[in-house]
Design a protein around this ligand. Structure first.
Ligand SMILES: [Zn+2]
Length: 222
């Protein structure tokens, strides 16, 4: 979206939109993937999903659970071209950033890419739109450093084990970023975190290219 339109919307609606009945992700949660826990835990508790898993990210955080208005907004923006949802989604993403990553010095935000054909069909990449708005708010550049090299099945329709398999070798570094990400602290941006396979596959490519261990931020977690 155009920058002037962003500014206009911010002027018209200065307060952060309500997430309705969606619950914010709050501690206690797994310190790696942010999965909320019920009950007691130590600061270094790792959830069952993360135990024995090879993570290439440092931490993954989401602002809200994927439910109610948050879930509807993500769905509407992603699949039904309901662009008016970009504004609340960006506000919630910024809220998550402020809550979990404020004060971190990231060299750049890296959106999860779409496969080119899907990008053309949809007309936009929801993760890139979110990253662009967050980048402007926090003064961080957005690097379109990754590309999707295989057309993967829609993750939402797959089981966990299938998701991980589905994403094997699905991403690559764009040639123009070769050498540029070395030693950089990057924050991967996406709309939803479900099993983490997508952000992990992206992080693996960035790590291989020499980046420091990236973190991930999404609007919601499934
Ligand atoms: Zn975990």
């Amino acid at each position: 979206m155009k920058r002037w339109l962003d500014s206009l919307l911010d002027l018209l609606y200065p307060t952060s939109p309500s997430a309705g009945d969606a619950r914010a992700v709050e501690e206690p949660f797994c310190h790696v993937c942010g999965e909320p826990f019920a009950g007691e835990l130590t600061p270094l508790t790792v959830c069952a999903n993360c135990r024995g898993r090879e993570w290439f990210i440092g931490t993954a955080r989401a602002a809200y659970r994927s439910e109610g208005e948050v879930r509807d907004a993500i769905h509407g923006f992603k699949y039904n071209r309901q662009f008016h949802f970009l504004r609340p989604l960006s506000a919630w993403l910024l809220e998550g950033y402020t809550r979990f990553y404020d004060g971190q010095r990231y060299d750049a935000l890296v959106p999860v890419p779409l496969y080119p054909l899907r990008r053309r069909e949809r007309g936009y990449n929801q993760a890139a739109e979110l990253a662009a708005r967050l980048g402007r708010k926090i003064g961080a550049p957005v690097w379109d450093a990754l590309r999707r090299v295989r057309r993967t099945k829609v993750q939402a329709r797959l089981r966990r084990s299938e998701r991980i398999k589905n994403l094997r070798a699905a991403f690559a570094l764009r040639e123009s970023f070769s050498g540029r990400v070395r030693g950089k602290r990057l924050l991967i941006i996406d709309d939803v975190f479900t099993t983490g396979s997508t952000v992990n596959a992206c992080a693996q490519v960035l790590r291989r290219a020499g980046a420091a261990r990236p973190d991930a931020l999404t609007v919601a977690r499934g």
